[in-house]
Design a protein around this ligand. Structure first.
Ligand code: UDP
Length: 237
């Protein structure tokens, strides 16, 4: 395998990605193929931590739009991310990859609590660490979690795995003439409201100079390509 570009990365897997071709929930077949890709990266020297979303199960904003208390709905969303984290851990462990789930909301029967130094130690030992339950705070997103954890564990980049293969100037599903950006800077992403991450997450990346690479997960081996410095998707810095 080609030489790695990074030594430690955070991969952000949105809930949408984990649902594969389904409208809702987890697609086990797809999660297994993602796990296989992560295994290939794990076989290199690159240390991998993963932040999982929960949008395939529940989103706080959707709950509050239907009249729920936003804080309560967000806690439900954070619990949804733990379900995804356990599913991904299961798929990785079936491939004999040592994996630890750490949650920002303590649930010690299910997973370790998030402890920064312990997460770093796991990574140094070659284990994959999956961060569940977001930041543990309502009104935030798992994109912000990825930015926060990346800063905390000193990751070299955030790899944003999406259903689309990069960032476009308009929605490529609705506009066949949409143009894909190869590179962007943080301020452009914020000012133009481009769908990379929410603005809180992008600001955190900007302040801590953490590059973001947005790429599509539908094509196989893309995670490996990004880690080895192949120019796919959109690079935000
Ligand atoms: N969430 C939260 N605080 C966090 C992270 C997530 O309240 O720090 C909640 C929020 O309700 C969010 C849900 O968890 O809608 C699922 O996360 P997200 O929408 O970021 O998942 P994704 O879009 O990546 O699937």
């Amino acid at each position: 395998m080609a030489e790695a570009e990074f030594s430690r990365v955070i991969i952000k897997l949105s809930g949408e990605v984990l649902s594969g071709n389904q409208e809702y929930g987890i697609d086990p077949e797809f999660i297994n193929s993602v796990a296989q890709e992560i295994k290939e990266v794990n076989e290199t020297e690159v240390e991998v931590a993963i932040v999982v979303g929960g949008g395939n199960i529940f989103r706080g904003v959707a709950g509050s739009a239907k009249g729920m208390d936003r804080g309560t709905a967000d806690y439900m969303g954070m619990l949804a991310t733990v379900i995804n984290a356990l599913a991904l851990q299961d798929a990785l462990e079936k491939l004999e990859i040592e994996t630890r789930v750490q949650t920002a909301i303590a649930m010690r029967e299910v997973a370790e609590p998030y402890i920064r130094r312990r997460a770093i130690r796991h990574l140094e030992k070659g284990r994959i660490v999956i961060f569940g339950a977001g930041t543990g705070n309502p009104f935030f997103s798992t994109d912000t979690t990825a930015a926060l954890r990346a800063a905390e564990i000193d990751a070299d980049a955030i790899l944003m795995a999406k259903n689309v293969d990069g960032v476009y100037d308009s929605d490529p599903v609705e506009n066949p003439d949409a143009v894909k950006f190869k590179e962007l800077n943080y301020i452009d992403v914020i000012n133009r409201g481009l769908g990379v991450m929410d603005s809180t997450a992008v600001s955190l990346c900007m302040d801590n100079e953490i590059p973001i690479i947005v790429f599509g997960l539908k094509e196989m081996e893309n995670i490996k390509k990004v880690v080895t410095g192949k120019e796919i998707g959109t690079f935000v810095r």
